[in-house]
Design a protein around this ligand. Sequence first.
Ligand code: FES
Length: 70
Amino acid sequence: MYVCICNGVTDRDIAAAAAAGCAGVHELTMRTGCGATCGSCMDMAADLLAQAHGRRESGIIALSDIARAA
Ligand code: FES
């Protein structure tokens, strides 16, 4: 499915970027263009990237991450 309509980035593109070592949404934007135009796709892109990594990397710290780190 298309995640970023502006730049034609799909969920498969995001999964491929994650598998290639993409560590965060800023790097995802540099690699794929996702989020580089209107930015409305960034939340979904961050979620998909986090799913690909099995953890949340959107820059927002989830309460479950805090509890895990304590
Ligand atoms: S939908 Fe991704 S930048 Fe606009």
